[in-house]
Design a protein around this ligand. Sequence first.
Ligand code: TA6
Length: 290
Amino acid sequence: INDGDRSPRVVLSEPTGSTAEVLLYGGQVVSWKNERREELLFMSSKAVWKPPKSIRGGIPICFPQVANFGALEQHGFARNRLWSIDDEPSPLPPPNNQSMVDLVLKSTEEDLKTWPHRFELRLRVIIGVGKLTLIPRVRNVDSKGFSFSIALHNYFSLSDVSEVRVEGLETLDYFDNLLMRERYTEQADAITFDGDIDRVYLSTPNKIAIIDHERKRTIVLRKEGMVDAVVWNPWDKKSKAIQDLGDEDYKAMLCLDAAAIENPISLKPNQEWKGRQELSIVSSSYFSGQ
Ligand code: TA6
């Protein structure tokens, strides 16, 4: 589909009716709806759909850096480039009742001026019943080694962030981006939210859950190859400083990223790295008795 202002996009669907929309701009998933047509990802009420900025919501990809160091733009350039459909070689069909798309971003001469490493970044997006899987791959097509950081910056849609809790990050060390990236250890049993938060949890388990009682739903994030997890919510004051975020939007969102940040991933020439993130939704009827 190509609808004017917005970038070309691919719409995926599976037989029970859930859908996902992926923009070629940024290789960004901008919508994931369950079979009842409920949106599971957050999208800012002030999202700007025209380039050159990535859209505030869905799942932007941060590559080849996460955060803001040196000459590269914040969170790297991959989220601000037009990707292509990757159909060479044509992939095997997805398993039954799933649908998928393969996207690719290759370094350009322009990119080499700020990040002098030739790469191919691929993303496979697969939708299945109650499940959205993202498989990022990075190939070193340069003659020298390089290393990179990566994050799948998941914006989840919630009933009310002050009513949800996150399980799976307790007792872990984290860097606090609000406090000069100091290292702390999480003391809480589960993480709850009552103010702005911007942390990189280090070497996390590969399963993290956001429990949203009001919506009677748990979002489960499973990840491989990305050992860290970012938790971010700007809360009221900081939201006002973010132009493309509505003042009240923070209440209905939480960013929980699968990421490789503390230890960048190193690739030799011709080597490829592969990660995986699977999001699934468990409605609380499945939790009866708990
Ligand atoms: O840790 C998440 C974070 O890096 C925050 O510091 C915050 O700035 C957020 O990502 C969004 O970044 P963006 O560049 O998309 O405005």
